[in-house]
Design a binder for this molecule. Structure first.
Ligand SMILES: [Fe+2]
Length: 233
């Protein structure tokens, strides 16, 4: 199983605070059946240059991999970023630098408010002409703000959608999560884990909910589809 969204890099953002916490998170993910985890630290273009971000990310990654015990069958870690959208982002020439390692998948965090027509148009420009495939991070968080016909428009332009595992495991949100999955609006699952306490990884719980509703075959197909997205470009 792939965890497409995580904050496991130590001391990188508001996620894991140190190497020890990162290693515990990796153990939790491994116990939950995750074989590949995408590390997606926040990138805020208004706060940091791309160069600084990428350098810090490389350092945090290095410190983590150097401390993983040799007897731990650690999930494969792929580097990525959770890039905060801002008006004008489509003018950037370096978007590929933030894509998930080896792919053209760009995880984008969108505003938690109703998106303007400009924003929607810019998303479509990103999706169609910038050589990247847009993945909307934790799609469930935008649902209350957008008109329901928007998702079809975006999906028709090849935009992918990631949902957090906690949306499946939550009693109050489970039904909606399953409906969106059934309707084809969830392409990827992510833990969006930040720590071991208040925001832990809940991948196996989410898979359990999905398995119970749609069966083992469905889960296998989700995993297969996920791995097909990691075909290196
Ligand atoms: Fe996140």
């Amino acid at each position: 199983m792939i965890d497409w969204h995580s904050h496991i890099l130590p001391n990188m953002d508001d996620g894991s605070r140190n190497v020890s916490e990162s290693t515990t998170l990796l153990r939790m993910l491994s116990d939950q059946g995750v074989d590949t985890v995408v590390a997606t630290p926040h990138f805020y273009a208004t706060a940091e240059s791309a160069e600084d971000f990428l350098r810090r990310r490389a350092q945090c990654h290095e410190s983590l991999t150097a401390s993983i015990p040799s007897d731990f069958d650690c999930p494969r870690i792929l580097l990525g970023a959770e890039v905060k959208y801002y008006p004008g982002i489509s003018a950037r020439e370096d978007l590929r630098d933030f894509c998930i390692e080896g792919t053209r998948l760009l995880l984008l965090e969108m505003p938690f408010s109703e998106w303007t027509e400009y924003t929607v148009r810019e998303l479509n420009v990103l999706a169609c002409s910038k050589g990247v495939t847009i993945v909307l991070a934790h799609i469930e968080r935008y649902l209350p703000f957008q008109k329901s016909d928007l998702w079809n428009r975006l999906r028709n332009n090849g935009i992918l959608m990631q949902m957090n595992a906690s949306y499946f495991s939550g009693l109050g949100t489970r039904r909606k999560a399953l409906r969106l999955l059934e309707d084809g609006f969830v392409h990827m699952l992510g833990s969006d884990c930040h720590n071991t306490t208040s925001r832990p990884p809940l991948m196996s719980r989410a898979c359990g909910v999905i398995r119970k509703r749609f069966g083992e075959n469905f889960i296998s197909q989700m995993h297969e589809y996920g791995h097909s997205l990691l075909v290196y470009k």
